[in-house]
Design a protein around this ligand. Sequence first.
Ligand code: AHR
Length: 491
Amino acid sequence: QTTNTATIDATSGNINIISKYIYSQFSEHLGNCIYDGIWVGKDSKIPNQAGIRTDVVEALKKLHVPALRWPGGCFADEYHWKDGIGLTKDRPKMINTNWGVVTEDNSFGTDEFMDLCQKLDCEAYISGNLGSGTVQEMSQWVEYLNSDNVSPMTDLRKQNGREKSYGVKFWGVGNESWGCGGKMKAQYYADKALQFSAFLKNYGSNNLKQIAVGPNATDYNWTDVLMRETGTHFWGISLHYYTTLNGSATNFKESEWFKVMQSTLKMEEIIEKHAAIMDTYDPYKKVGLVVDEWGTWFDVEPNTNPGFLYQQNSLRDALVAGVNLNIFNNHSDRVKMTCIAQVVNVLQSMILTKGENMVLTPTYYVFDMFKVHQDAYLVPSELSCENYMYEGASVPALNMSSSIDNDGKMHISICNLHATKNEKLVCNLKGFDPLGITGKIITANKLNAYNSFDDPIQISDKLFSDFSFKKNQLTINIPPHSVITLEVDGD
Ligand code: AHR
């Protein structure tokens, strides 16, 4: 068997922290993400607290979600926040033109979202409406959420039952302004974003972290124009890149497994190319790259509304999650936040719900396993591995990242992308002598195994112990199609 090698260098002097915000989530008014997935209303038979599902909150709390993006997505640029506050019965209805052309009754609005964030103990990341809203509207939303001054918006919030300001930090200045958010050209957007941004005020000690709409996937010109025009004005610029494939989320063969691995690995090249452009305008890396939409996008489940983007989630999604989180960790000098799309019932979800039932997806278990990297120091790893070849094409069989947390524990996460082959990896832990190691693994017998409502724990994390170490040499036998994380106690 070919031996793959890695050097994990704890002596590199790296002071780069993997921002916990890389592990953020996205919730949109789309299909059954908000309604049914999160919000069931106070009178529902499904156990809830003030209308928010208790089971979903409890499951998400375990992931230590650092921030939650809302209300879109494309929905954000047709959302008028004042329609979603005050007495529910008085809230006007609207049409969700992007997603299924269904009626949105606005029963879940700003104060309900902030209540959700409080329950999850996470930061709110609000996407403002730049596409069809006004500067005043967005400016007043910030005031409603963050002001403790004497002001009309502060009074409005108090009337709605919230005395103290919420102190929202993360603020998106539009969404996909190159597409559903207004079909703008980069120069036009840059001008508009600066104009809106000028009226988004910091209240008290709360300094907004404003995020401009960055590129769609490989649109490097957008990044160039945006960075040239806005320099270091914004805290971050977004990037959207999905792992797409026309085909079923669960009914697939190795050929489609391989294509998905190829597509998802492109994230690395895309990040590196955008980061290189950002470096020319921002060499001190003040502006973060915020990958606030990523994940798999397959065919919707049969007999579901095509506008609801409801898909199952298999072991293949677990690999996609692990690969991308490793890529983000390794590029955490520039990538400061990411939000997988989306948290419940839409695209690559953590959770699926059906009535009162809930299923945790393989992706959920990867986020649970990887949370140890949140706010830990990145330890650079240099990997030399064999290729996984399929019908004349190839991808690296392995993908990894490592970090050391505040308690001095090292965590090493590795994905074996190979559909059929065990990979032996010999790691040289430079400057770190292991005293004891424990491991966890996510895998299954079949590539397309998944958790269904009938069989909800086909896939979860299991203990993993197929490794040995001698001094600072660690040898791991990584089963095919698996994601593992080792915790290394050491000196
Ligand atoms: O996540 C689904 C949609 O994908 C979002 O609404 C949009 O921003 C993107 O195109």
